[in-house]
Design a protein around this ligand. Sequence first.
Ligand code: GAF
Length: 391
Amino acid sequence: MDNQIFTELEGTFADKFGHQPAHHFFSPGRVNLIGEHTDYNGGHVFPAAITIGTFGVASSREDNLVKVYSLNFPDQGVVTFDINDEEKLAGNAWPNFIKGLLIELRAEGYSFDHGFELAVNGTIPTASGLSSSSSLELLISVVLDRLFALDVPRLTMVQVSQRDENHYIGVQTGIMDQFAIGFGEAEKAIYLDTNTLEYELVPAIFGDNVIVIMNTNKPRALTESKYDERVAQTKEALARLQTKLDIQNLGELDKATFDANTDLIDDELLIKRGRHAVYENIRAKEAVAALKANDLVLFGQLINDSHASLKDDYEVTGIELDTLAETAQQVPGVLGARMTGAGFGGTAIALVNKDEVAHLEAIVAAKYEEVVGYAPSFYVAEIGDGAKALD
Ligand code: GAF
């Protein structure tokens, strides 16, 4: 338990609701090591939960009111609604994540016969691409599970959280983030086949190396509409391939079959999008094999190749992420660097010798400030546990 954050949150809860909370919760953020923009194409991903995330404290109420407060959105104040009221709150009200989850859980047969109070505080930097929204979704899942003694299976929590995002919030994300946050374990990365949902926890052991998260600090971009556009483009590439090939998703293709059938797609832009999805899936498989074989040089090279593909074929990087990743790739002691998450801003990661972290940060910060005009920030990632009730 991060005592300082919980102490502050307990104080906030007592201030807003007049008593101490009964239960404590934590839900992490995630980094993705490789396998980017493959999860809505039935491909493989390799993310890990991290120790920064969303903290929550909560208590049940006897009436039907839900009263919630977020230290991240203090201007929204205490938001109150009836637990049976499914109407969306106006604007970007954060409690819509709760409303959407209640709807999805009801659809699974769970019922809610009283209200509750919840205060939350997230330590994931805004717009960082470390999945603060999935972190919040899984936090709410474990809160509801605990307060209503639902005993929801983990996979169901992950799936209702994704559906909340897809249906109620309205972004067509894949399942990677919710899965990583739901199933994460300390010091392990999750090798997930997003087609079958089979997964394996792989020790994320990098010898003398650590993962440095490099935040562009770029103000929030129009990520959601560009994300949905990439989803649509890969679906279109798939549909054109399906006129001849018997496949359900791009993740089923090897490179040679894709390359031999690009004439079916017949559109340069869609070919590039499809090629990224196919090649990145293969890279993710190769990278996990390399890590298991302790071939960190190959693992790092595949990370670099992933960034190049996201830049050239998928076009989701931009000057900020390219400057971070490509500068880092040149620093001695760096095995590989790439953007992580949806892109268009957010963060990049570098796998770097632990003795070279300060050097990496100095070189990358200087170059980034020269090119972009403001400072990036850095954190050494610690891989932690998935979402859970602490008491
Ligand atoms: C975002 C989405 F939420 C994930 O599902 C995934 O598609 C990722 O972008 C890109 O790999 O984080």
